[in-house]
Every structure is written in structure tokens, then in C-alpha cells.
Design a protein around this ligand. Structure first.
Ligand code: PNS
Length: 172
């Protein structure tokens, strides 16, 4: 059997906003594969309330955050609307990489991975274990803390901390 090696993966998410946990997963995906496309999902219907940051803002925040790391080559950040599997096919990726924090993530991620493999059996779903340092971290926790005026500079990239301060100074 001819083995087809996956060279290119998508790291998908809503990234509302991107956290240091996400950056860790993106850098580890890049360690495993020569090419990584970070897919920022439109997610306009997320839980019926939409996102805090616009799609453009979320894409720019991930791009700027990656500029603060030493990984440049082989990583690009693109927005997508519609199905993740269609986006993977459009960019020519052979799989999806996601981070797993705790058992509570597992059921949800397994359901999505099953659904995606039902729609696109050619795509692999690959999971990396989140850095334990960021096990409790989520975009919603970051938004909650920032909206209450707490310092989130140890949880998110510096550009995101600045963006959150700006956002919640205007929306209090
Ligand atoms: O960071 P998130 O919000 O947990 O990421 C979820 C995401 C964006 C990966 C997921 O909602 C997604 O794949 N959305 C695109 C629409 C889609 O393909 N849905 C069917 C698979 S669940």
C-alpha cells in the first residue's frame, strides 16, 4: 500500500480571542508537520450570541501573536466560513490538529472528529495534549476575567492583552 504522508494540517478554532494555550497547540502542530494553516472560523452563530471580536479582528490577533514567536515559516492564518472539512480541502490540508485539555473536552471533540470523518474520510483528526500549564485556560475564561478588569497578561499574547484592555475600556 502506498503511504500518503500528511504534510499540511489545519489548526481550527474560533480564537475569540487567541490564548497562549492556542499558540502552544499551533507551535506543536508546526513541530509535527511542515505546513500549518490556522483556520479562524466565522462562528457567527456560536451559542446564538455571536463572537466578542469580529472575524477580521480574530485573524489579525492570531497573526500578530505569531509574530511574537520564533516560528515564521510554514504557518499561515486564514479565515473560513462554512464547514471545516471544505476548508481543509480548499487549502489542501490532509488533517486537523486540535488540543485536548481535559476529559471534558474529549466527548465534544470525539463527536466533531466522528462527524468530520463521516463527511471527509480522507482527513485525519490529530489531537495533542495541551500543556498542563494552560489546562484551565479558555477564551471564555479570558473574556470573563478581562471584562472584570483582571490582568490577563500571563494567559494571552501581549498584543491580545492590549486588545482586551482596549475592548473592555470601551464596552463596560
Ligand atoms: O475553538 P472552538 O470554537 O472550540 O472551535 C470549534 C470549530 C471552529 C473548530 C468548530 O466549530 C468547526 O469546525 N466549525 C466549522 C463548522 C463545521 O465544520 N461544523 C461541523 C463540524 S463540528
Amino acid at each position: 500500500m502506498a503511504v500518503h504522508h500528511v504534510q499540511h494540517v489545519v489548526v481550527p478554532g474560533t480564537f475569540d480571542p487567541v490564548t497562549l494555550g492556542h499558540i502552544d497547540v499551533i507551535l506543536r502542530a508546526r513541530k509535527l508537520f511542515p505546513r500549518v494553516t490556522v483556520g479562524v472560523a466565522d462562528s457567527r452563530n456560536k451559542r446564538g450570541v455571536g463572537t466578542t471580536f469580529s472575524l477580521d479582528e480574530r485573524v489579525l490577533m492570531v497573526r500578530d501573536a505569531l509574530k511574537l514567536t520564533d516560528v515564521r515559516d510554514g504557518v499561515e492564518v486564514l479565515p473560513f466560513t462554512g464547514l471545516l472539512v471544505d476548508f481543509c480541502h480548499e487549502v489542501g490540508a490532509g488533517g486537523v490538529v486540535k488540543g485536548l485539555r481535559a476529559m471534558t473536552d474529549f466527548e465534544y471533540e470525539l463527536q466533531q472528529a466522528d462527524l468530520n470523518s463521516h463527511m471527509a474520510p480522507d482527513l485525519e483528526s490529530i489531537f495533542v495534549m495541551s500543556n498542563p500549564e494552560y489546562g484551565y485556560l479558555s477564551s471564555s475564561i479570558v473574556r470573563e476575567l478581562a471584562s472584570l478588569g483582571s490582568d490577563v497578561s500571563t494567559l494571552v499574547p501581549a498584543n491580545v492583552a492590549a486588545e482586551l484592555r482596549r475592548h473592555y475600556a470601551h464596552n463596560r
